[in-house]
Design a protein around this ligand. Structure first.
Ligand code: MG
Length: 381
């Protein structure tokens, strides 16, 4: 029996993780549920899964949450300090890190230090502080298992292989809803247009990041840290069918890929059960029904965010942290109608030029950088 702490339990990854737990109650038990502020769903989840601890990030919701869970025998905590503490509790085996954005960094660091296996969905953690996270994981012998579908595909392709024999990582991208749009047309798209993702059901922030291809830029950075491959060896391929979830090309020319229907429950379940595979009822990809599997080069002129992510890695230091902070600000502003779709990239590029460069950042430097970059980005809107 594995005990789980689920950070972001009411989000898209969190609810699908609970689907897996529901299917395998003899293998997985929920020790802690943590959410940002979706109190209704959190209460419902607590009643179904009976965790030891329920935690809400927004402290103003502590009293109503405690009140509504008074009939249950569970501890109720609130605030970001509480979340950073919950993940270190001795009974927990696996921490599912599925919070949105920069907020996932601190609890993930605490969980690694406590030696918990990390099922990592929060890619921003690696974008912001990949070097610190990887050093800590080595020091504390903590496995980090990818939940992101592309990285799960790469991870599955690498089982039984020597990482020194990787020639190239082939990272696939759906291309999002604006894949075939002209620059002219992209200038006037709205958040509602961007939220219509062709293949994947996800939360709002990541769906906008997918439409702007910042998500893919982040995934390049994520792959670099997870698999120890320089970004020059990570190639993005636009693959609109989202069937090939990613692939690895080896030094002898062999390419191994993982294919499947687009369903996040498979990578979530694999991260929880690795190195085992568990039977599932998830939809199967019917290869006879698929007419074409196509691959295109990404267009950096229409999707400059992808280029900005490579640039952030080339510059190194705290610049990927700046990239993330500016993107979080621009992404939210776009969703709130305060910023145009293409303007998001301008704000991010400008913030990257204006923020102070720190070549070897500490955790404290990242906290300062995040704050500074958010202020710069806000001032540019
Ligand atoms: Mg992904």
């Amino acid at each position: 029996m594995k005990e789980l702490a689920i950070l972001g339990s009411t989000g898209s990854i969190g609810t699908q993780t609970l689907d897996v737990v529901r299917t395998y109650p003899d293998r997985y038990q929920v020790y802690a549920l943590c959410a940002h502020r979706s109190i209704d769903l959190l209460v419902q989840q607590a009643k179904e899964f009976h965790p030891e601890v329920v935690c809400i990030a927004d402290e103003s919701l502590y009293e109503p949450l405690k009140e509504r869970l008074s009939a249950l025998d569970c501890k109720v905590w609130a605030g970001t300090d509480a979340i950073a503490e919950v993940v270190t509790m001795p009974s927990i085996d696996i921490v599912v890190a599925a919070m949105v954005g920069y907020a996932g960094l601190r609890p993930t660091i605490e969980a690694i230090k406590a030696g918990k296996t990390i099922a990592l969905a929060n890619k921003e953690t690696l974008v912001v502080a990949g070097e610190i996270i990887c050093d800590l994981a080595i020091k504390h012998h903590t496995p980090i298992l990818p939940v992101d579908s592309e990285h799960s595909a790469i991870f599955q392709s690498l089982v039984g292989e020597d990482r020194s024999e990787i020639e190239k990582i082939l990272l696939t991208a759906s291309g999002g809803p604006f894949r075939t749009f002209s620059l002219e047309k992209m200038r006037t798209v709205t958040a509602a247009d961007a939220l219509k993702h062709p293949n994947w059901e996800m939360g709002a922030k990541i769906t906008i990041d997918s439409a702007s291809m910042m998500n893919k830029g982040f995934e390049v950075i994520e792959a670099k840290w997870l698999f120890g491959v320089p970004v020059e060896k990570i190639q993005v391929l636009v693959h609109p069918q989202s069937i090939v979830h990613s692939a690895v090309q080896f030094t002898d020319g062999a390419i191994k890929a993982q294919l499947g229907a687009p369903d996040m429950r498979l990578p979530i379940q694999y991260a929880l059960s690795f190195p085992e595979r568990l039977a599932s009822e998830f939809p199967r990809a019917d290869l006879f029904a698929l007419k074409d599997l196509t691959f295109e080069e990404p267009d950096l002129a229409r999707f400059p965010n992808l280029g900005l992510a490579y640039e952030a890695m080339r510059r190194g230091g705290n610049i990927p942290c700046v990239l993330n902070a500016a993107n979080e600000v621009a992404n939210l502003a776009f969703r709130e109608g305060r910023c145009g779709f293409l303007q998001m990239s301008d704000v991010i590029a400008e913030t990257m030029n204006k923020a102070a460069f720190i070549p070897k950042p500490t955790y404290e430097n990242y906290v300062e950088t995040d704050k500074e970059a958010r202020q710069i980005a806000e001032s540019l809107l």
